[in-house]
Design a protein around this ligand. Structure first.
Ligand code: SAH
Length: 373
């Protein structure tokens, strides 16, 4: 347990009586002094990787980042972009960006890239600096999405993210259909312990949540959990505004589904699921991204979104089979075995292939490789 963080939470709960789930998650993940992203000892690779809390696609295999690099290169070629901003949200150790830049280092056209990184954690920033310095592109860090748009030049901007949106804090609501009551999940303090509770929704908050479920009303069961992230909303809105201003596209990879239903919040400590309130400040929290909600935000912004693909479909369409054959030609038997097991994890329907999805949106009239309208 992270005692300083727990004490800080208890103080907040004494003052405020309760915290919304999203406020609670925001504090435990992002508090500047004691939050998970700044207090854990990343130096021992504790966050991302085989020894850490979780492992991500770019850390599993170079194939992932290289194919995204090829997608970005094709997008630049098709739209005659020679100077771009490439913005990554939550770059982790910088591995995805490194693999993309390696692809760009072999291009013939000399497309120039300015790199922008949204990263909250100081320790991960230092990993990123170390990993990316040899590619000599201009690098700029931000720790707040709201500060990016006004600092960007006017060049077309491509925004990418992998496993970023699943970390953002969510709220959970419950719909008691037979009684026609909505509640929201909150955290309270009982003598000395934190616990989850439910609070009946204030009348002024009901239209918002009724709007989310309106087309599904007949299908919903009693006591359905509904998830919504105010942070996803604000981040997607900001990206939309950047693309409206600069032109460009967004490629978002995450695990998720096309509805807001079900309790999907989980905490993971050292690659194993933990109880949500047991390892506060030491576990990573995530939830399934609701891609339907993201598509609605985009539609309201007059941008174009494309059909959601699974990670499997995206990687196969981008030619992962040819790529692995080429890489295998120059690999020894151990490297070949690693390549194949990485391929299996990324593409197999039983592993990451189906549950991970790829969302793409862009300004209208952009030519976007492989995605369908
Ligand atoms: N994309 C990486 C890392 C995913 S982990 C990979 O695929 O390996 C999530 C990343 O997002 C970490 O770098 C974390 O520090 C960062 N992050 C999480 N929430 C953030 C926020 N609100 N603002 C900025 N960075 C954030």
């Amino acid at each position: 347990m992270n005692n300083k963080l727990i004490n800080h939470l208890k103080e907040l709960l004494k003052k405020n009586n309760y915290l919304d789930l999203s406020t609670f998650l925001n504090v435990i993940l992002y508090n500047k002094q004691f939050g998970f992203y700044n207090s854990i000892n990343f130096k021992k690779n504790k966050l991302i990787g085989k020894e850490g809390h979780f492992i991500t696609a770019p850390e599993i295999s170079q194939l992932f980042g290289e194919l995204i690099g090829i997608w970005i290169l094709q997008l630049c070629r098709k739209n005659h972009f020679y100077n771009i901003n490439l913005l990554e949200l939550g770059p982790g150790k910088g591995t995805l960006m490194k693999d993309i830049l390696r692809v760009f280092s072999q291009q013939k056209e000399n497309i120039k890239i300015k790199i922008h990184l949204l990263e909250f954690s100081k320790v991960l920033k230092s990993f990123q600096k170390e990993n990316l310095k040899k590619y000599c592109h201009e690098l700029k860090w931000y720790n707040d999405i709201f500060k990016i748009k006004d600092q960007l030049n006017d060049n077309p901007t491509i925004v990418i993210s992998n496993e970023f949106f699943d970390c953002l804090p969510i709220n959970q609501y419950k719909f008691y259909k037979t009684k026609n009551i909505f509640t929201k999940k909150i955290v309270r303090l009982d003598e000395n312990n934190l616990f989850f509770d439910e609070k009946v929704l204030e009348p002024e908050d009901i239209p918002f949540i009724s709007n989310i479920i309106k087309n599904d009303f007949d299908k919903l069961n009693d006591e359905t959990t509904i998830e919504h992230s105010p942070f996803i909303l604000s981040h997607i809105n900001q990206i939309c505004d950047i693309i409206l201003k600069n032109k460009g596209a967004n490629l978002l990879i995450d695990y998720g589904k096309k509805d807001p239903y079900g309790d999907t919040l989980q905490s993971v400590f050292k690659n194993k699921r933990s109880n949500l309130l047991d390892k506060i400040g030491e576990s990573d929290y995530s939830s399934l991204v609701d891609f339907r909600n993201i598509e609605q935000i985009i539609e309201n912004k007059n941008l174009q979104h494309y059909q959601l693909q699974t990670q499997r479909e995206f990687l196969l369409e981008m030619g992962i089979n040819n790529r692995i054959e080429n890489l295998s030609l120059n690999a020894n038997q151990f490297e070949r075995r690693d390549l194949l097991s990485g391929y299996e994890r990324l593409v197999s329907k039983r592993q990451m292939g189906n549950i991970f999805k790829v969302n793409c949106f862009s300004n209208k009239n952009l030519v976007v490789p492989i995605f369908k309208l």
